[in-house]
Design a protein around this ligand. Structure first.
Ligand code: AMP
Length: 397
C-alpha cells in the first residue's frame, strides 16, 4: 500500500509518502508559512530537495501543491493520485475518547471536535487537514493517529491531579500525556532490538526533543508519562518551563504586570533551556558549544535539563518497581551524547554502566550501556511517520 502521512500544524504541514510493504519513504517534505505567504519543500527519494514559493492562503492550497508535486510528470513519486491507497493523519489530542487509532468517519470527526477544547492550538489544524483531504481525495480511506492514545492505559492514580474531583468529571481535567506515537514506537523497537518479550518488560522511554517527555511502559502499556493535560507539564524543555510551583504564576503576574495570557506565554515560549540560558538558544547544539566555551548560563541550562530527566527516570523506576531497559530518542536523545552521559551518571545505583565509545554513535539503534550493565540503555531513533503508516495499514487491513 502507498500511504500518505499528513501532520498539520497551525501554519505548516509535514508529509511523507510511504510504501508500507517495503517501509520505504517515496517522497517527503513540508509546507511552511501557510496563511502568510507559502513555501513548499518537496523531496523525492534519491533526489535533491525542490523548493517552491507560492501563495498558500490556507492548508487547502498547501495540500493541493503537495499532491501536484507527488504526481508531477518529471519529479513526482507516483503517476496518479489513484496510487494513494490511504492517508494517515497525526492528531494531537484524542482526549479520553481515543485509546487507539481510529478510521476517520463522521462520528470520529464529531468526537475529535469535542476534544478541540483540550488542544486549541493543535486539533483545529489537524481537523483542517482531514477535511481538506476528504475534499481533494474523496473516497480514500483515512486514519487518525493520536499523540495521546498510547497513554490512555495510565491508571487513575497516575492521571488524576490533586484538584477537586468535579473538575475531572465536568471538564475532563486530568493528565493525558503526549508524544504517544513516539513512545509506543520506541518502546516496541527497544524490546525488539534487545530481544526482550515486551509483554513481560519494564521500559522507560526518554523522548528528548524540543518538546520532551519520559514514559514508563509495563508489558507494552504506558503506566505513567511526564506531560499532563497539556504538553507544558513535566521536564524542562526547549522553551517550555515544565513543572513549576503553580503559585509562581500569580507571583510573576504581579511582579511583571502580566495577565494570564502573558504568564502562559512566558511559560510556553520564554522558559526552558532558552530562558535559563538568558535567551541564548533553545537548541542544544548552541548550548553545548556555548557551554564548552565557558558560558555559565548555557551550562546551568544543560545541568537543569539533564537533572530533571534523571529525576523523572528515578520516579518511574519507583512507579514500576524496577526497570529492564531505558531508551533515548528524538533530536536531543538521539544526537547529544553529553546529555545521555549526564542523565545516566546518577543511575549507578541501578547498576547502569555506560559504554562511552558506543555512546558516541548515532543514526541507528545502538546499545550504549556496557555488557555488564544491569539495565540496558539504548538509543532508538524515533520514526513517528512510519509508526502512523503502520497504524493506518493495521486498521485498514
Ligand atoms: P526534535 O524536536 O525531536 O526535532 O528535536 C529538535 C532538537 O534536537 C533541537 O532543537 C536540538 O536541541 C536537538 N538536536 C538536534 N541535533 C542535535 C545535535 N547534533 N546535537 C545536539 N542536539 C541536537
Amino acid at each position: 500500500m502507498k500511504v500518505l502521512i499528513i501532520n498539520c500544524g497551525s501554519s505548516s504541514l509535514k508529509y511523507q509518502l510511504i510504501d508500507s510493504d517495503t517501509e520505504e519513504v517515496l517522497a517527503k517534505g513540508l509546507c511552511e508559512r501557510i496563511g502568510i505567504d507559502g513555501r513548499l519543500v518537496y523531496q523525492k527519494a534519491g533526489c535533491d530537495k525542490e523548493i517552491t514559493e507560492a501563495p498558500m492562503p490556507t492548508h487547502k492550497e498547501g495540500i493541493q501543491m503537495v499532491l501536484d508535486a507527488l504526481t508531477n510528470e518529471k519529479t513526482g513519486a507516483i503517476s496518479s493520485l489513484s496510487e494513494i491507497d490511504a492517508i494517515g493523519h497525526r492528531v494531537v489530542h484524542g482526549g479520553e475518547k481515543f485509546a487507539c487509532s481510529a478510521i476517520v468517519d463522521t462520528a470520529m470527526i464529531d468526537a475529535l471536535e469535542e476534544c478541540t477544547e483540550l488542544a486549541p492550538l493543535h486539533n483545529p489544524a489537524n481537523l483542517i487537514g482531514i477535511h481538506v483531504c476528504q475534499e481533494l481525495m474523496p473516497g480514500v480511506p483515512m486514519v487518525g493517529v493520536f499523540d495521546t492514545a498510547f497513554h490512555q492505559t495510565m491508571p487513575e492514580k497516575a492521571y488524576l491531579y490533586g484538584l477537586p474531583y468535579e473538575y475531572y468529571e465536568k471538564y475532563k481535567v486530568r493528565r493525558y500525556g503526549f508524544h504517544g506515537t513516539s513512545h509506543s514506537f520506541v518502546s516496541k523497537e527497544l524490546a525488539k532490538f534487545l530481544g526482550i518479550d515486551i509483554n513481560h518488560s519494564k521500559l522507560i522511554v526518554c523522548h528528548l526533543g524540543n518538546g520532551a517527555s519520559v514514559s514508563a511502559v509495563v508489558d507494552g502499556k504506558c503506566v505513567d508519562t511526564s506531560m499532563g493535560m497539556t504538553p507544558l507539564e513535566g521536564l524542562v524543555m526547549g522553551t517550555r518551563s515544565g513543572n513549576v510551583d503553580p503559585a509562581i504564576l500569580e507571583f510573576i503576574a504581579k511582579k511583571e504586570n502580566l495577565d494570564l495570557a502573558g504568564v502562559m506565554n512566558v511559560l510556553n515560549k520564554k522558559s526552558g533551556v532558552y530562558g535559563l540560558s538568558k535567551g541564548l538558544s533553545s537548541d542544544f547544539r548552541d548550548l553545548e558549544e556555548a557551554s564548552a566555551s565557558g558560558n555559565v548560563y548555557a551550562t546551568k541550562a544543560l545541568d537543569v535539563f539533564c537533572y530533571h530527566v534523571t529525576k523523572t527516570i528515578g520516579a518511574y523506576v519507583a512507579a514500576m518497581n524496577g526497570v529492564d531497559a531505558i531508551a533515548f530518542t528524538a533530536g536531543i536523545g538521539e544526537n547529544a551524547p553529553i546529555v545521555r552521559e549526564a542523565v545516566v551518571k546518577n543511575l549507578e545505583y541501578l547498576g547502569v554502566k555506560l559504554d562511552e565509545e558506543q555512546n558516541q554513535l548515532r543514526g541507528k539503534n545502538t546499545k550504549i550501556s556496557a555488557e555488564d550493565s544491569k539495565v540496558a540503555v539504548c538509543v532508538i531513533p524515533t520514526n513517528e511517520e512510519l509508526a502512523i503508516c503502520r497504524e493506518t495499514v493495521a486498521l485498514l487491513k
